[in-house]
Design a protein around this ligand. Sequence first.
Ligand SMILES: [Zn+2]
Length: 104
Amino acid sequence: MHPCMGCRTRKSLCAFIKKGCNRIAGKNPVEFCFECSDFACENLVRIDTVYRTRFDMSLIENLNYIKEKGMDAFLEAEKEKWTCPDCGEVISVHTKRCYSCNPP
Ligand SMILES: [Zn+2]
């Protein structure tokens, strides 16, 4: 199982946001949604609602955390949160499962 390491590691735009946003590409792109004067825009709130409801996590909370404490602190906290205590592999945000310990 190869967990998705996210858009940034692939030098790609956020797959969730890019459709409804003209600020993450083009002229003067923002790096994080919180840098935008529209933060948190309707598009982001909609996706955040889905993630809060279905997966018990909030993109907006994560963005605010990064804004306040920085990316290094965020990544450290997330690493701890999403590392399987039994084998050290990544836990899926979508299913809360470690696919190393519990293959699909
Ligand atoms: Zn595991």
